[in-house]
Design a protein around this ligand. Structure first.
Ligand code: GRF
Length: 208
């Protein structure tokens, strides 16, 4: 990549956007080489992630699923926008909708997701609560490529945190998010540098 080249990232988020914020701050610090967040998309009109983007004058789009007859119809419009903005990488950061095969095929091996548990344990919307309820002593976060399943794509990176007896869903999630905010920028930087190779289910990372 020459010095001028910009690697164009879209972040999709449904909630507070603390991971979006961590990515933006990592870019500010020069930790995501060549990366720029050029578009933020949400399926929730009032997602604070959209506000964080607006504060930085990053273009935002809200997609209302009620305007669509099917999930694929909405994903077709999202993909059209991603193409219009010439997106190189799609980063799901708390985006609470399952992507359709149409979306996944359009950005094959170029969609990342972060999950607040150590996959393949506790996939789905309630990963933190499910891990706590189960009684695990260690949980953590997982960054993986997105495929058609629920949190089933090849795992890129995981890190663990302890679970303490006094933990609530909130305290455990907070501990996991501290990790998430470090790990996501690191993985995005590795992706941009072409250092993540997918071999079947395994991702081989060359962090040298
Ligand atoms: C994160 O904990 C992530 O693992 C999960 O959703 C949460 C999003 O948090 N997929 P935020 O909106 O980035 O603060």
């Amino acid at each position: 990549m020459n010095q001028e080249a910009v690697f164009r990232i879209a972040v999709l988020a449904s909630g507070s956007g603390s991971n979006l914020q961590a990515i933006l701050e990592a870019i500010d610090r020069g930790e995501i080489e060549g990366g720029r967040v050029v578009l933020v998309i949400s399926d929730k009109k009032n997602a604070f992630a959209l506000e964080r983007a607006r504060q930085r004058t990053i273009p935002t789009i809200f997609f209302n699923h009620r305007n669509y007859l099917s999930r694929e119809d909405m994903d077709r419009d999202i993909v059209e926008s991603l193409n219009k903005y010439q997106i190189d990488l799609v980063v799901l950061a708390g985006y609470m909708r399952l992507l359709t095969p149409f979306f996944i095929n359009a950005f094959q091996d170029r969609i990342l997701n972060i999950h607040p548990a150590l996959l393949p344990s506790f996939p789905g919307k309630h990963g933190v609560a499910d891990a706590l309820k189960y009684g695990v002593k260690v949980s953590g976060c997982t960054i993986h490529f997105v495929d058609e399943g629920v949190d089933t794509g090849p795992i890129i990176m995981q890190e663990a945190v302890p679970v303490y007896p006094y933990d609530t869903e909130e305290t455990l999630h907070q501990r996991i998010q501290v990790l998430e905010h470090k790990l996501y920028p690191r993985v995005i930087n590795l992706f941009i540098k072409g250092k993540i190779k997918i071999q079947g289910r395994r991702c081989i990372i060359d962090e040298k």
